[in-house]
Design a protein. Structure first.
Length: 225
């Protein structure tokens, strides 16, 4: 069952903290990068970022070139993100899911810029249950629930019935985790949601859920009421 809102917030915080330790468990240190190393924003996350989302990622990073986490995960599959693998592992443990872990190509800190994760969910948060929490949430009319909080939490739930090894769920929980201080720009909330919506739309199509997902091509204006 879905965690209550406090537990969900704690989970996002824990995942953000986990990003800092990622290089210790996955060997993510890299060689020095030149200005032309890495790939474009349009090429990360299995090519799932459209023009607007790619521009949003460039604003968030202040960079034009990126790389993804190398190596393999606990399922023995590449850490490099794949829409098909993400669809296959929605019901699996975190370390077995296909997550899109993005770094700036020239960043030698070993700390990701963002990590995008998708998991099956039995239910979703209600806005009335999350209002008044700190940091203050910014809501978007996307899927069945979408919000950002501060610089660390970006959440989007969309309707999609999935089944795996006898387990079924009616929703997909999509999230971006980021470390405070890594993101740039003056529209961090909207830019993060633009990126998450773009990848989620592609995953919904992979899952044949586009009609029920409620994910438009462009995100609506945010609502902070």
């Amino acid at each position: 069952m879905f965690d209550n809102s406090s537990a969900a917030t704690a989970r996002r915080w824990a995942l953000s903290a986990g990003l800092i330790l990622l290089c210790l468990t996955a060997g993510c240190t890299s060689d020095p990068d030149s200005g032309q190393s890495g790939v474009s924003a349009e090429q990360v996350c299995d090519g799932s970022l459209d023009k607007e989302a790619a521009a949003a990622l460039r604003r968030l990073s202040g960079s034009d070139r990126f790389k993804e986490l190398a190596g393999t995960n606990d399922a023995g599959e590449p850490n490099k993100f794949s829409l098909s693998r993400a669809a296959q592992h929605l019901h699996d443990a975190t370390a077995e899911r296909s997550r899109c872990t993005v770094y700036k190509a020239a960043d030698k800190s070993g700390i990701p810029l963002i990590q995008i994760d998708f998991k099956a969910a039995d239910s979703y948060p209600r806005r009335q249950d999350t209002q008044g929490q700190e940091p203050r949430k910014v809501y978007y009319d996307l899927g069945v629930y979408a919000s950002t909080a501060g610089e660390y939490s970006t959440t989007l739930y969309f309707r999609c019935r999935t089944t795996s090894r006898g387990k079924s769920a009616d929703y997909v929980d999509a999230g971006i985790s980021s470390v405070s201080g890594k993101l740039k720009g003056n529209s961090k909330s909207a830019d993060r949601m633009t990126v998450l919506n773009a990848v989620s739309r592609r995953l919904a199509a992979e899952l044949n859920c586009s009609a029920s997902a409620g994910l438009p091509a462009r995100i609506p204006a945010p609502d902070t009421r």
